[in-house]
Design a protein around this ligand. Structure first.
Ligand code: FES
Length: 95
């Protein structure tokens, strides 16, 4: 499967930003929700995963570390930010 076939699903972006996912650095498109970023990294598992994309199912939940604090967030409702540290993913998110 070619990412180019899926270009239209992403919000417009000019560059990739670096985030950390469970200790691994990954580059993902700026200006997109975290779930879109995961889809960018793993187009098949996220496209065909069990996700509502609108805040209802909670299957896209992630835990983000900010300094000493940890908070959960819905990745379909959270925009990516450079340097974000995601420390845990719902088991439905297979990257
Ligand atoms: S994908 Fe269902 S709540 Fe985010």
């Amino acid at each position: 499967m070619n990412l180019d076939d899926y270009k239209d699903i992403f919000e417009p972006f000019e560059k990739l930003v670096e985030i950390e996912i469970c200790g691994t650095r990954r580059e993902v498109p700026e200006n997109n929700s975290l779930l879109r970023c995961f889809q960018f990294l793993s187009i098949e598992t996220i496209s065909y995963g069990d996700f509502c994309w609108n805040g209802d199912c909670l299957n896209c939940q992630v835990w983000i570390k900010n300094g000493e604090k940890e908070k959960s967030a819905l990745s379909c409702r959270t925009k990516v930010e450079e340097g974000m540290k995601i420390i845990r993913l719902n088991h439905e998110i297979k990257l």
